[in-house]
Design a protein around this ligand. Structure first.
Ligand code: HEC
Length: 293
């Protein structure tokens, strides 16, 4: 009897150990493909980034996080000087203060986010499988507010951009790690991808025409930067804006440049576009906030 129990207990132990091994496998291995959707997207990412590695073979892959300054050597020098006394510093300080201030109900932003909202930028945007939509960091900040009885903030600039800047600053150097958990997430990704490749506006140009096709070539006064690493530095302080602004503000600008009607910041279209673009920049480091011309 005793030995039967002993062997039963042993076999349970073995089963548990086996379960743990099987369970720990995917968690432990960083490159384990989660599902077929993730796998498909990963092969898209490879092809997309390889294009830029080939085109700009002198650029270190990790440097694509610097946007236009990865490929424009003259502008890069100036930019590095600016980054020595970064014009977005104040935004980070203001953002931290806003982030730490409690809401009227006594709760705060920290209560809404994993790890108290610190060092999590690299996981945004993410696909929420219950709500079936892409959640960007800015959307999550405002949902945190409204869930706690506070008014939402404007999406393009001001306090929300400051909070986003502060949160990005706590993730600097962390590598973007965005997942495509299921079919609905894949559909959102495909929607963003379609947007990136679709011609629009009176000039009939797609994002891909400038940021892949003629990236690195002079277009009037500007050089369109590489589509790889386009989102990693946001929010950005732009000299042209004389303040900090969010990615969706920039999206609206690039839509207007081709004389197309921009979409609303945090509209589903722009969130899906951000999802696609961040996936294409998967593996690059968060370096927001940053400065731009
Ligand atoms: C007519 C060419 C053109 C088209 C079309 C265009 N852009 Fe741009 N875009 C530019 C130029 C030029 C810049 C400034 C240089 C840079 O940072 O790439 C820019 C900048 C950006 C930036 C800022 C990058 C940074 O690091 O600050 C983002 C993001 C961006 N574009 C996204 C898009 C998206 C998304 C589309 C499609 C909806 C698009 N662009 C369409 C020319 C274009």
């Amino acid at each position: 009897m005793k030995s039967t129990l002993l062997s039963l207990s042993r076999s349970i132990k073995t089963t548990i150990t086996l379960c743990l091994i099987v369970w720990a496998g995917p968690l432990a291995s960083a490159e384990a493909p989660a599902n077929k959707y993730q796998k498909t997207v990963e092969s898209d990412i490879k092809r997309f980034s390889q294009f830029f590695y080939n085109k700009f073979s002198h650029v270190k892959p990790a440097d694509f996080k610097d946007g236009i300054y990865a490929i424009d050597a003259a502008a890069r020098e100036q930019w590095i000087e600016i980054e020595d006394f970064p014009p977005y510093e104040l935004s980070i300080d203001d953002g931290k203060e806003l982030f730490e201030a409690p809401f009227a109900n006594g709760k705060s932003y920290a209560d809404c986010f994993a790890n108290g909202g610190v060092g999590i930028r690299q996981n945004y945007p993410h696909f929420d499988s219950k709500l079936n939509e892409v959640i960007t960091l800015e959307l999550a900040i405002n949902r945190c507010r409204t869930n706690n009885g506070e008014k939402p903030l404007k999406y393009k600039k001001g306090p929300l951009a400051d909070i986003s800047a502060y949160m990005a600053s706590t993730s600097r150097g962390e590598v973007f790690d965005v997942k495509v958990p299921n079919e609905a997430a894949y559909a959102a990704y495909m929607d963003g991808k379609k947007f990136f490749y679709s011609k629009r506006g009176q000039l009939n140009l797609a994002c891909v025409d400038c940021h892949v096709g003629i990236t690195g070539q002079k277009l009037r006064a500007d050089i369109p930067g590489p589509g790889l690493g386009q989102v990693t530095g946001f929010p950005v302080y732009r000299a042209k804006w004389e303040e900090i602004g969010t990615l969706h503000r920039r999206y609206a600008g690039c839509n207007k440049n081709v004389r197309a009607k921009p979409f609303k910041a945090q509209s589903e279209v722009y969130r899906n576009l951000e999802y696609f673009q961040t996936l294409m920049s998967q593996g690059l480091a968060v370096n927001g906030p940053s400065s731009r011309k």
